[in-house]
Design a protein around this ligand. Structure first.
Ligand SMILES: Cc1cc2nc3c(=O)[nH]c(=O)nc-3n(C[C@H](O)[C@H](O)[C@H](O)COP(=O)(O)O)c2cc1C
Length: 372
């Protein structure tokens, strides 16, 4: 579900009661500008809920008017608005619905923090878009936060009307429907095909990502991993790696910022196969993927490449094995350079078998009872 949290616009300091405080002329003007931008951004809340206080109600009315929707006054959105109120008010909405709440601080800033873990100070007339993976208001993603000054600037800019809502947003996420709590980076990692064709990875960032792989654990500290790296700004090396990928992978990986071939030492001691060579390499890549994601860089690993061709091109010795290829890059919401199948893949549901099918106890195949 997509939640829009709006803090009411600038209001008069005093009135007969706090309840009656109205928007000032400037407050109205600014909210009108914000509402026009929201319309151009194609915001489509199924409902607009407002606190009953005059300043929130007036803010909600201006926005709802621009979006051609009614306002629903809800006592829950008054002071003390909390997560359980959101869940109660959205219980009958669908998972892909959008819903807007117009209320007060500190509730709006606190809710954004509780939902996303991000500390924000919501300004008067500001708007946060928070995507939550299911129907429950939890584990949200702060997709964007628009301050009133940004609305003012956007209101003056010549945006084509209406623009697609993605134009100001980060690319959509594919957050998992996890059964249990997850670290932010694990929750956000997935394997995209929609890479940004312009943004390269800076040297210091790349070194940090590689350093993460370096510090992975390995049996007897053998560190069997090796990586052949081709950044896009070194086209000769980039094209060399691209040429060993399977055709289906080339179609999207050609837009990545960097390609790698991950190689592992399968025979570090002559005549003795190292059984955990693949295990250790995978672990190094997992660390690399999370470190990269901390910079907003996504990884997509590939078995679809030719190890023989890689061996030949780079003269990889026999005691090493080219194991996987990896594409890294920033993501983009502009997927026009991809084919239909790849575009569909970018928004497909992510599936996993449940814990009960993979955690055993007592005997093989017997689900450990704590997972149920
Ligand atoms: C070792 C390995 C090989 C993979 N090979 C390919 C591949 O050749 N092409 C591809 O598009 N995705 C490939 N993937 C990506 C998987 O399809 C993807 O990780 C899986 O579907 C789970 O999706 P998620 O990473 O988005 O959670 C590979 C992943 C791994 C770990």
């Amino acid at each position: 579900m997509r939640l829009y949290l709006v803090r009411h616009g600038i209001a008069e300091d005093f009135a007969d009661s706090d309840f009656a405080r109205q928007l000032t002329a400037r407050g109205r003007r600014r909210v009108k500008t914000a509402a026009a931008v929201m319309k151009r951004l194609n915001l489509r809340p199924a409902r607009v809920y407002s606190s009953p206080r005059a300043r929130a109600r007036q803010t909600a009315e201006i926005i709802a008017d621009a979006l051609d929707l009614p306002v629903i006054i809800a006592e829950q959105v008054n002071f003390g608005f909390e997560l359980s109120d959101i869940n109660r008010l959205t219980r009958d909405l669908r998972v892909d619905d959008e819903v807007m709440f117009v209320g007060h601080n500190p509730d709006m800033s606190l809710l954004t923090h509780q939902l996303t873990g991000v500390d924000v100070s919501m300004k008067k007339g500001g708007l946060a878009r928070i995507d939550v993976p299911g129907k429950q208001a939890r584990d949200g993603e702060l997709v964007w936060l628009i301050a009133p000054r940004v609305f003012d600037a956007l209101g003056k800019s010549r945006m084509p009307s209406p623009v697609r809502s993605v134009s100001l947003s980060t690319p959509p996420q594919k957050l998992p429907q996890s059964q249990h709590a997850l670290h932010r980076l694990i929750r956000h990692r997935w394997s995209p095909v929609g890479f940004d064709r312009e943004r390269n990875i800076k040297r210091a960032t790349l070194l940090s990502i590689l350093e993460a792989a370096r510090w992975a654990p390995s049996s007897s500290n053998i560190q069997p991993w090796r990586f052949i790296v081709g950044p896009r700004d070194n086209q000769a090396e980039f094209q060399k790696i691209l040429s060993v990928l399977a055709e289906g992978n080339q179609a999207w990986a050609r837009h990545a910022a960097l390609l790698m071939i991950a190689v592992t030492h399968v025979e570090p001691k002559p005549g003795r196969t190292y059984r955990h060579a693949g295990h250790d390499l995978g672990q190094a890549i997992a660390q690399m993927a999370l470190q990269a994601l901390d910079y907003g860089i996504y990884t997509h690993q590939m078995a679809g490449f030719s190890p023989e061709k890689a061996r030949e091109l780079y003269q990889v010795p026999d005691d090493f094995e080219p194991f996987t290829a990896i594409a890294l890059g920033y993501r983009t919401s502009d997927l026009r350079h991809l084919g239909d199948r790849q575009r569909a893949r970018e928004s497909s549901q992510r599936e996993r078998r449940p814990l009960s099918e993979m955690i055993f106890s007592a005997a093989w195949g017997e689900t450990a009872d704590f997972t149920e």
